[in-house]
Ligand binder design. Structure first.
Ligand code: CS2
Ligand code: MN
Length: 361
């Protein structure tokens, strides 16, 4: 594995590449071109400039999160082939720059959904949280406004104001797309891009839906062992792979995370490792918050998660996922430096212990 951190680019991120370089063991960053919109072809010069900036700081550009898939492809409207061609051109330009891992998701309208961006915990840290009652009380058309208020003006991935301005139109666009259709459209997209992925050895890594169930009546399909395996079989090519995000699959406690990692052996190309703390698991008041990475703070056995990655020979980029906001840091919710740095060193500690233990037999 290669330990990495997500970086939002010098224009948007409060965290610098120089700071990331000082996090023990981190050798790469995962980034994207934040000025592009889904559907657009990424220009070689822009990719090269991003890569150069990162390499000049002594780090690798270890993969892209994300090349977002536009709604035309997800709903299969009349423009989908045109946008798939654009996506292929983008992959070709990435491949020519020696980039071999691309994360994406196939969630309709929204990326991840939380009801609080700064819930205060007992120790004074703040975290992202989800509460079912709060979700049920929201009219999706007000969600953008309430998210905007909660984020204190920070633009969150998937919740860009331009996008939220046409949220009603987006809901309308998806009204005939049920789970089966969305799955078919995803398979169509993957089959179309596999040749270019094979040519440049680009491993596509689908990020799971977060939370792992349908929200606001919009279907979601990448949320369980059964569904992800179905996708792996439908396009049975190593380049059709997975971002294993423990915090997203783990929103549904029925997902056995270490077991999922084992059955996905060989198809996990990127790992997001984080923990969740559940306060309530009843249907009406389901409530969880994003804990710090260590097992003791949440509901997941982080040792077993890392062990499963190690034992299945995972060798892609791995990153701590959302961290808490601690030590007075002001940063994008989930993406401060300090707690993610603690997460990165903790995961490496687990990895080192597991590896040494395995080698000693
Ligand atoms: C990420 C997702 O911050 C996060 O929750 O894990 O936004 C992720 O980057 C996208 O879903 C991947 O396309
Ligand atoms: Mn994730």
């Amino acid at each position: 594995m290669e330990m990495t951190m997500r970086w939002y680019g010098s224009k948007y991120d409060t965290v610098t590449l120089q700071q990331i370089r000082q996090v023990p063991g981190v050798t790469g960053v995962i980034s994207t071109l934040y000025d592009t919109t889904p559907g657009e072809v990424w220009q070689p010069e822009a990719i090269r400039a991003l890569k150069k900036e990162i390499e000049d700081a002594g780090l690798n550009l270890s993969g892209i999160e994300s090349v977002n898939v536009c709604d035309s492809i997800k709903v299969a409207d009349k423009d989908r082939d045109l946008y798939i061609d654009n996506y292929i051109k983008t992959l070709e330009n990435l491949g020519k720059e020696d980039i071999h891992m691309v994360c994406y998701n196939f969630m309709p309208v929204f990326d991840w959904t939380r009801t609080e961006l700064a819930r205060v915990r007992a120790d004074g840290s703040t975290v992202l949280a989800y509460n079912q009652k709060a979700i049920d009380a929201i009219d999706p058309n007000d969600l953008a406004a309430s998210m905007d208020k909660m984020s204190g003006g920070t633009v969150l991935p998937g919740w860009e104001p331009e996008r939220m301005a046409k949220v009603q139109e987006l809901f309308e666009m998806y009204k005939d797309t049920d789970g089966e259709k969305l799955f078919e459209n995803l398979v169509y997209f993957l089959k179309a891009i596999m040749p270019v992925c094979n040519k440049y050895d680009i491993k596509m890594a689908i990020h799971p839906d977060d939370p792992a169930w349908s929200v606001f009546g919009l279907t979601r399909i990448i949320n369980s062992e059964e569904n992800i395996l179905r996708l792996m079989k439908a396009v049975d090519d190593v380049h059709n792979g997975v971002t294993f995000c423990s915090g997203s699959y783990g929103t549904n406690l029925e997902n056995d995370l270490p077991h999922m990692i084992r059955v996905l052996e060989g198809r996990i190309h990127f790992a997001h490792v984080r923990n969740l703390h559940f306060n309530d698991t009843s249907r009406e008041n389901y409530d969880f918050e994003e804990a710090c990475h260590i097992s003791a703070d949440g509901n997941f056995d982080m040792y077993e998660i890392v062990r499963a990655l190690y034992e299945t020979g995972f060798d892609g980029p791995i990153r701590p996922d959302h961290g808490r906001m601690i030590w007075g840091e002001k940063a994008m919710p989930g993406y401060g430096l300090y707690d993610r740095a603690l997460g990165a060193t903790y995961i490496q500690g687990l990895w080192e212990a597991i590896e040494k233990n395995a080698k000693r037999g």
